[in-house]
Design a protein around this ligand. Structure first.
Ligand SMILES: [Zn+2]
Length: 481
């Protein structure tokens, strides 16, 4: 009975891999823009700020001076070079930029392929989309069903045409009678892994409908190719879940991967799952916020309608969430009660996993209806605290820990000399109250400073554009282009 619900949860992930547009004017030069070159030479200092380094010691550095040059943190508490631009950090808190380990970014898409050369038919502006991450201090994201368009988006950011997060890309491989990269034999599974590597993907995502032998082969081949594996626990493992935990299965992408595997939502079952995950060295991205939103929408669409961040969401997705919402299909008390049980069980899972020492990282499944890119990561961090993590651990789950899993912890995830300047300046201490993570005074994205005034004006422009364009987008008519 659960499976019909879960299929709908998870399939949405594919649908949301939409829309983007690299619509900024291309630079005529192959080099960086003059503004970027100037910024590279300039020193920026945040003075008198309290630093939350998120290192293993995580000792707060009070009233510090943090100096940034180009894209790097070059010193902490050393004297100021000449011509340094000063940002006053008095009474504020500086922490590493946040990492969302489970997203589905909007990218250009063709909903109705019908002739060669047609290409995409639905677009959005990459900057408008990436802004949602920037304004929330999300400076790295893990795209879990990447397509070629996502490489293009990432290049726009790297070239400096768009300000946005670092992006890790996973190729999704499913089985059964699906579309996309579908493998139903071990040799096909291995071939897709090698192909994904050749295409430039860095990670593999395994999916729900793989058969056992193919799933094993994919993970084995990924190991040979040096690609880490994240994903779902294939449905076929129900009743024998521990057999899914083989060497090199690196991360489970949702807490609901476990609730799909059982009909008993008890602490004992949660503990068993935690134990087998721990023994295998596998990590967990619980995506608690997704299930909260599923319950919310199965009751009514008012929650989505009243979302403050909805005005920043691409109008096509607003239309989808409000007029074709897969979770809101008339009142169904049985279904709602089931989802409520899951919300509860997922918190039990987080508690159990935390207790046995499975590393937990923050991810949102952003792009699922109601789960707004960027904003939802703050929700997830709060939910992790509700589930029993301390504020420090919840922040760790969205900074240093995911950087470690992605194997870029020498570059991001902490506030340390030599690291990329991906930073959030907060008006209040998030270690005292996790809600303070929302009190953003400014963000450094790869060394580029975006203050609150700029954030507010960019958001207000985006909202105006979305409102003006609203009538042009109707999810139900998306194939008519
Ligand atoms: Zn997902």
């Amino acid at each position: 009975m659960h499976f019909k619900y879960f299929n709908s949860i998870i399939l949405l992930s594919f649908l949301t891999g939409l829309l983007n547009g690299c619509s900024n004017t291309p630079k005529s030069s192959i080099n960086n823009s003059p503004e970027q070159e100037v910024q590279k030479q300039t020193f920026l200092a945040i003075r008198n700020v309290n630093v939350i380094p998120m290192t293993s010691e995580n000792k707060i550095i009070k009233n510090a001076t943090v100096i940034i040059k180009g894209d790097k943190i070059v010193s902490i508490n050393e004297s100021l070079p000449d011509n340094t631009k000063i940002i006053d950090g008095t009474g504020k808190w500086l922490m590493p930029g946040l990492i969302d380990m489970h997203v589905h970014n909007l990218a250009d898409i063709n909903f109705s392929s019908n002739y060669p050369t047609k290409g995409a038919a639905s677009f959005t502006n990459t900057q408008d989309f990436m802004l949602l991450y920037v304004v929330n201090g999300v400076t790295t994201v893990f795209e879990l069903s990447a397509r070629v368009e996502h490489f293009g988006q990432r290049n726009e950011i790297i070239k400096g045409n768009v300000i946005g997060p670092r992006i890790a890309l996973a190729a999704l491989i499913d089985g059964g009678n699906r579309s996309g990269k579908v493998a139903n034999t071990p040799s096909d599974g291995r071939q897709f892994v090698r192909l994904s590597k050749a295409e430039g993907y860095e990670f593999i995502k395994v999916y729900s409908h793989l058969n056992i032998e193919t799933y094993y082969a994919i993970i084995d081949e990924a190991k040979k190719q040096g690609m880490k594996v994240i994903g779902h626990i294939p449905d076929v493992f129900k009743g024998r879940t521990e057999e899914a935990f083989i060497s090199h299965f690196g991360m489970v992408a949702h807490a609901e991967e476990y609730s799909k595997q059982t009909d008993k939502f008890t602490d004992e079952v949660a503990h068993e799952f935690a134990q087998m995950t721990k023994e295998n060295g596998t990590w967990l991205t619980p995506t608690l916020t997704t299930m909260e939103w599923i319950v919310n929408q199965s009751r009514s669409l008012n929650g989505v309608r009243n979302l403050q961040s909805l005005e920043y969401v691409h109008p096509l997705m607003q239309s989808k969430w409000l007029t074709s919402n897969d979770y809101n299909k008339g009142s169904n008390p049985e279904r709602i009660a089931y989802f409520e049980q899951l919300v509860d069980f997922h918190k039990k899972l987080v508690k159990a996993f935390y207790k046995v020492g499975v590393p937990i990282v923050a991810g949102t499944d952003a792009g699922t209806s109601g789960v707004v890119w960027g904003y939802s990561l703050h929700d997830e961090i709060e939910l992790l605290v509700e589930a029993g993590l301390t504020p420090n651990e919840a922040l760790l789950s969205a900074t240093r820990l995911p950087a470690t899993w992605l194997e870029i912890d020498d570059k991001i995830g902490t506030v340390e000399v030599g690291k990329f300047a991906d930073l959030i300046l907060l008006d209040a201490n998030p270690l005292n109250d996790i809600k303070n993570i929302r009190k953003i005074s400014g963000v450094f994205v790869n060394g580029q400073w975006v203050d609150k005034i700029k954030i507010d004006s960019m958001l207000s422009d985006l909202s105006k554009r979305n409102t003006a364009n609203k009538d042009k987008y109707d999810w139900k008519k998306r194939r008519e282009n």
